[in-house]
Design a protein around this ligand. Structure first.
Ligand code: HEC
Length: 418
């Protein structure tokens, strides 16, 4: 075997030694390792057990990277939630609005609470760790390579079949063309090949370059659209990719409908009629008024029975108790919390069992439920009239329950006297 300085055209890049058995490869790897080389590699058709040790490959430091990024992810998840949900109270005036936190109070829960934050913290930790694993592995192996100089060697093609290779990089500090060639030759290879600069350095395939340019230009479109949407005003509705029932065939106010002789889509009331539910139809039931005065009675179609009072109780507990309290004392949880947080402008809900509401006519209370009163919102849209009357019946029952006299209770229901 010729052990003179290897002759190649172009600059010498590496020396490639070919072996025909896995045993020879492992022994060769041990010898190269012991000779102190650091920039070299082995290639085989299949994974070789013990090759890491033979090559003196250090344990990977990737787990540390993953651990550190996991911790960063953990902190990011925590900070993100604190920032987005709990920071509104601090005034970061210098930040654009869309980067500011939103001090968001949900059902009186604390703005910042570790247990509630754990799922997101967990997810972000896993995400960061997974990305660090994937990208760290690529970076530590200097991947991706779109070409490897070994592909220039015709012999190297057999690495996927029955040949084993050791390749020492010319950039290795210990590399010396003659000495290294001698070392390799002494390891009993079937061949030692010098690898030089490829005559035509591998280029990115033309198609890939064009595709990359097209994708890069297309990638500019979404930010351009976003910028346009932010900077310009349009009277048109947004683009709605999934229509659901967002757009239906219908007539809008003041449109023409040629099905009618007068082409008005908005039909006028038929003269001499009153629509159902129109207060004029039954002012007692719909407005709590008779001859312009609040009624003290219940309308004839409302029967105050045990079952209607129970219905009223149930509706009251849903709609009224959050503010007025289950017992009607004006101490509901919404109010309690508003008072505890010193919410500015909060008006304590009226005690429904007090003298004020006790003396209110039924019609007046009905009107308060329908239209609201000062700081109390209206409930006419949510509670149908019959239920409003049922609630009033229950409020009366509550009032009675809080100032009951012994004489009001039938004798046989008195508690046993001792
Ligand atoms: C969002 C809290 C809230 C809810 C819910 C609420 N109220 Fe009120 N209500 C108030 C407040 C606040 C007042 C006192 C308004 C004021 O005096 O400015 C009030 C006052 C009243 C009054 C006294 C009105 C008067 O004549 O002075 C009645 C009666 C009343 N509410 C009934 C109800 C009933 C019945 C319901 C359920 C359908 C209900 N409220 C639901 C907050 C609420």
């Amino acid at each position: 075997m010729n052990t003179k300085e290897p002759k190649v055209e172009g600059r010498l890049q590496a020396l490639l030694a070919e072996f025909d058995s896995v045993g020879a490869l492992v022994t060769a790897a041990e010898r190269v390792r012991d000779a102190g080389y650091t920039r070299w590699d082995t290639h085989s058709p299949f994974p070789v057990h013990g090759i890491d040790q033979a090559m003196g490959v250090r344990r990977t430091r990737l787990p540390w990277l993953v651990f550190i990024f996991g911790l960063i992810g953990c902190a990011t998840g925590l900070l993100l939630q604190w920032w987005t949900n709990a920071t509104g109270a601090l005034d970061f005036g210098w930040l654009p609005t869309f980067l500011q936190g939103y001090d968001f109070l949900i059902s009186g829960k604390p703005r910042f609470s570790l247990p509630a934050n754990i799922p997101v913290i967990f997810e972000v930790t896993v995400l960061f760790a997974a990305l660090a694993t994937f990208l760290g592995m690529l970076a530590m192996n200097s991947l991706p390579w779109h070409h490897n100089r070994l592909f220039g060697s015709a012999r190297f093609k057999r690495v996927t079949a029955d040949r084993f290779f050791v390749c020492i990089d010319a950039a290795d500090p210990k590399f010396d063309a003659q000495g290294t060639a001698q070392l390799l030759a002494a390891l009993g290879p079937t061949h030692v090949e010098p690898l030089a600069d490829l005559p035509s350095p591998a280029r990115w395939p033309h198609g890939l370059v064009v595709a990359g340019m097209v994708i890069a230009s297309l990638a500019l479109l979404p930010p351009l659209f976003a910028a346009k949407a932010r900077l310009s005003k349009s009277p048109l509705p947004r683009i709605q990719p999934i229509q659901d029932m967002g757009n239906q065939e219908r007539y809008k106010t003041q449109q023409a409908n040629f099905a009618f002789a007068d082409t008005r889509a908005m039909r006028p009331q038929v003269p001499g009629t009153i629509a159902r539910g129109d207060p004029l139809d039954d002012p007692h039931f719909y407005e709590g008024k008779v001859d312009g005065q609040w009624v003290k009675t219940f309308p004839p179609q409302v029967q105050v029975t045990q079952s209607s009072v129970r219905r009223g109780q149930q509706r009251f507990n849903i709609y009224c108790s959050p503010c007025h309290g289950l017992g009607g004392a004006g101490d509901g949880i919404v109010s309690a919390r508003a008072l505890r947080l010193d919410t500015p402008g909060w008006v304590q809900p009226t005690a429904l069992v007090g003298d004020l509401v006790r003396d209110r006519e039924n019609g007046n209370i009905f009107n308060t439920i329908t239209h609201g009163l000062r700081t109390m919102p209206p409930y006419g849209d949510q509670i149908p009239p019959a239920d409003r009357w049922a609630i009033i019946a229950y409020i009366r029952a509550l009032q009675l329950s809080q100032s009951v006299q012994r004489a009001d209770v039938p004798r046989d229901q008195w508690p046993e006297e001792r």
